[in-house]
Design a protein around this ligand. Structure first.
Ligand SMILES: C[C@](O)(C(=O)O)[C@H](CC(=O)O)C(=O)O
Ligand SMILES: [Mg+2]
Length: 295
């Protein structure tokens, strides 16, 4: 990881300005963050669902705490210099808790967060029976967040889950109120069609995020289409995680059934590939040159 002169928030805003739209890929841990960076991505994401599922073996139902998520944020920002967008669910409490969440996220090297208008007992945005708080309550959440940041470039995105319950017009009305309260961008959760994306983009003059999560309510629209429809960011929150899980499932099954790994070896990253992403050989050379006299 190279030292950066700009703040994480500033780098997120630069990535946004330079990519139309900006693709933001989910990285469930430090190693995949390194992979995404070396492959050439410009921004990465820590999914709330991902932290719950991968780090704690829990469903995405608001059971993980601020500290649970911070632990993963710190691991990722220590390993990668890419700007990291973090899912902070509903912000973990009232005004003072949200302010603390923002300060802790900034201190841990996050570049951006998204906070949603669901009740604290939240659900995945692509599942039925979500409940949302009043517009006023969400506006207060956003004001607390914006007031708490110390870096004016730290990017605070408001996510609205209102489309499922209240429909397009009301969801856009809420988004307008959230922008007025200071939100830097809008995450329009679980909208579905070209008309939906265009309506959000035309109604608001802040960047709009399209959440292209698999097996949910949204089709796997291409970034070119989404860009034409006005989306400034395209999120792939759990894509690599789902693929990793499927690969692991196959490996566990195959080892049990066949007694060795031969049938699944070509689905594995090799030792050299693993090391290349880590810069393993540079570490080894350093060891050799520092302690050459011990040989
Ligand atoms: C983006 C999201 O909030 C997440 O935690 O990754 C989820 C993604 C998913 O469950 O597919 C969401 O859309 O609620
Ligand atoms: Mg989430």
């Amino acid at each position: 990881m190279t030292k950066q002169s700009h703040s994480p928030g500033k780098r997120f805003r630069e990535a946004l300005a330079n990519n139309h739209p900006l693709q933001i890929v989910g990285t469930i841990n430090a190693y995949t963050a390194i992979m995404a960076e070396k492959i050439g991505h410009q921004a990465i994401y820590l999914s709330g669902g991902g932290v719950a599922n991968a780090s704690y073996g829990l469903p995405d139902l608001g059971m993980t705490s601020l500290n649970d998520v911070l632990a993963d944020v710190q691991r990722i920002t220590a390993a990668s210099s890419l700007p990291l967008l973090v899912d902070i669910d509903t912000g973990w409490g009232g005004a003072f808790n949200i302010a603390k969440t923002i300060r802790d996220m900034e201190k841990s090297g996050a570049a951006a967060v998204h906070m949603e208008d669901q009740v604290a007992q939240k659900r995945c945005g692509h599942r039925p029976n979500k409940e949302i708080v009043s517009t006023q309550e969400m506006v207060d959440r956003i004001k607390s967040a914006v007031d708490a940041r110390t870096d004016p470039d730290f990017f605070i995105m408001a996510r609205t889950d209102a489309f499922a319950q209240e429909g397009l017009e009301k969801a856009i009305e809420r988004a307008r109120a959230y922008v007025e309260a200071g939100a830097d961008g809008i995450f329009a959760e679980a909208i579905q069609t070209q008309a939906h994306y265009e309506a959000f983009a035309q109604a608001l003059d802040v960047p709009i995020l399209a959440n292209i999560t698999e097996f949910g309510k949204t089709e796997l629209w291409n970034k070119a289409q989404l860009g034409q429809w006005g989306a400034a960011m395209v999120l792939y929150p759990l894509s690599a995680f789902r693929a990793m899980n499927k690969a692991a499932e196959n490996v566990y099954q195959s080892i049990l059934e066949t007694g060795d790994q031969k049938a699944v070896l070509d689905t594995m990253q090799t030792r050299m590939e693993l090391y290349d992403y880590l810069g393993y050989h540079e570490y080894e050379q350093k060891l050799d040159s520092l302690f050459a006299d011990k040989k």
